[in-house]
Design a protein. Structure first.
Lengths: 263, 263
């Protein structure tokens, strides 16, 4: 069982760029070609930049709530305003970051990127990353004649762990989550609740080649996963806050602080 | 830039097995060999099984607190007792799972595995996974004459996201977290806070080949990462709860529920 990852360096992506054209250039530079069954991972920040989702902070009109929350969390009022506009809810925060709810997922600062944006600018997240993944998949199909899956990736942290891992914000062409319930374990017992976050693991694998800074690798080909590619558009399922182990335990606080110490 | 992952199937691992011997058998079966610079990912559950960390639930003596919490979260009192013994703190829970603090990290049910354990048994997590990673690395060095890095991997979920991703519980031979602060972004701005969870991304990549059920792939070789391998034993750094965006926002509740709705 072997899997291969190929990182594709590209030229600097600018607003208005045709991503498929940039991809073709990157493939040529690496001497690589997409093949049937590949999964193409694309950085959300790069894609959003090409789509013109770059905002000059000085152009943002700031409201009262953004002033207040910006002050509380040491975030510029302009950025805080954009965070409020691009999230459903702000749950709290720490210095420099608020935790927001966006499309049912948690993300820091509504997924707005301050790095890899031109001076004084930020890059907004995609409005509908699954639709963009689909459009890329279909574009690659038409232009290069191959059936691939697409993952649009961003970075997140795990609670209490230092460092960013890759995560899938958009998926097209395969099931991003594999239901392993009913499959047997090594001893023949049926797995009761296991689902595998296939698209997230792919995004993490790709991040090993993408990096976070000036590496300039917005695309990674993941080959040999054995994933079945097709016209599958299932997105990524969320868990209701009450049913999420982290959220349910931390936010709804089912154990009171006075009970916390163990005997 | 190319990276390769090689999954190694093994025979069923039993308590008392010599893991290096099992690894040699798996390499032979795949027709593969470890090379200098490789990172070897090993499943914690497989390693813990070989080390005899398998407990019959019927042998567990249950205390009052375990009875009480087990009832509250629909967890068998025996398993709940083991969870209490192998975690520092139980923070809360949902049906079937409690969120525990263990070595500064959050994990469900103290990292105790009910799947891939013999009937009526569970597999306890390793007491010191970094030390086990080191011992494996040194063992491979002596027996096969290669300098590799080792990651011991387990599964976790992201808050509100369905599905398991790979995570590193033990690391040896390289820096599991890469500090990218000071590196420049695409536009020459210095990254202010970025760290990359290299070991977690490697564990996630490996999980694409490992699976969660009867796949029987306890080892994955990750080749071509460009990681510098050496006598590096830094473990994985935790974030203090107050400084963690998730924990700080959800648990310490810096925004009161009445403030939550946006204007």
């Amino acid at each position: 069982m072997r899997m291969e990852l190929i990182g594709l360096k590209s030229r600097l992506i600018r607003p208005g760029d045709d991503v498929l054209e940039v991809l073709e250039g990157a493939l040529e530079r690496e001497g690589a070609a997409l093949e049937d069954g590949d999964v193409l991972v694309v950085s959300e920040c790069a894609l959003a930049t090409a789509m013109g989702r770059v905002v000059h902070l000085q152009d943002v009109k700031v409201g009262r709530r953004a002033m207040e929350l910006g002050r509380r969390y040491c975030i510029s009022p302009e950025l805080m305003q954009l965070i409020l506009e691009h999230s459903k809810m702000v749950l709290g925060g720490i210095e420099g970051y608020v935790l927001t709810l966006r499309d049912g997922f948690l993300c820091p600062n509504a997924g707005i990127d301050s790095s890899n944006a031109p001076d004084g600018c930020v890059v907004l997240p995609l409005d509908d990353p699954h639709a963009e993944a689909r459009s890329l998949r279909e574009g690659v199909g038409k232009r290069m004649g191959v059936r691939i899956g697409v993952v649009i990736s961003d970075s997140r942290t795990h609670p209490l762990r230092l460092g960013c891992v890759g995560i899938a914000v958009g998926v097209s062409g395969f099931r991003g989550i594999v239901d392993a319930r009913g499959q047997c374990d090594l001893f023949g017992k049926k797995l009761a609740i296991t689902r595998k976050a296939l698209a997230d693991n792919i995004a993490s694998a790709a991040q090993l080649l993408m990096g976070e800074g000036d590496e300039g690798v917005p695309f990674v080909i993941v080959r040999g996963t054995g994933i079945e590619i097709g016209d599958i558009e299932e997105g990524i399922e969320t868990i209701a806050p009450q049913e999420c182990l982290y959220f349910g335990s931390l936010y709804f606080g089912s154990i009171s602080p006075s009970e916390l110490e163990l005997p």
